[in-house]
Design a protein around this ligand. Structure first.
Ligand code: OFO
Length: 169
């Protein structure tokens, strides 16, 4: 049976992963309005990834005999100044998520839940990848500046991203 504090920490994180999904869906809608279909695709993949992250914890909590409690999901932002502003927001958000996964790991250490620590290692590695991916797009957007042609080239590149269902844990 999972420790109560650990259970609460997992439930909080499930909510944060679902919020991430919601936030990226809102960003997807923003790119739809700009008609940047490659960026739309990139966000679509991100939405699916966040859904998988939430479900990974949902399944794990059930597997450990915990109780999943779903809370309300906060309303995400819906407007940004530019694609660059969106990706600055994504990086900031992913850094926040990394800090939350670290906090979850702290709880696992505190209650000596070694199984949870091993499970959470997957999320820590995933965050390194996420921050790297987002950082790369952000760096390119900074180089692009106001060059519309270069932006369309990046859009083409982002159209090639595909979702691969992660094997979590
Ligand atoms: Fe779930 O990693 Fe992004 O937020």
């Amino acid at each position: 049976m999972i420790n109560e504090k650990m259970e609460k920490a997992f439930n909080d994180q499930i909510n944060k992963e679902l919020y991430s999904e919601y936030l990226y869906l809102s960003m997807q809608a923003y790119f739809e309005r700009l008609n940047l279909k490659g960026f739309v695709n990139w966000m679509q993949v991100q939405v699916q990834e966040e859904h998988a992250h939430a479900l990974g914890m949902f399944d794990y909590l059930n597997q450990r005999g915990g109780t999943v409690i779903l809370e309300a999901i906060d309303k995400p932002q819906s407007e940004w100044e530019s694609p660059l502003a969106v990706f600055e927001h994504v990086l900031e958000h992913e850094e926040y998520v990394t800090s939350r996964i670290n906090a979850l790991m702290d709880v696992a250490e505190e209650v000596k839940d070694r199984a949870a620590m091993s499970f959470l290692n997957w999320y820590l590695k995933e965050q390194v990848e996420e921050e790297d991916n987002v950082g790369n797009v952000l760096a390119t957007l900074k180089l692009i500046g106001d060059d519309k042609k270069a932006l369309l080239m990046l859009d083409k590149e982002l159209a090639t991203r595909t979702f691969v269902a992660p094997v979590i844990g």
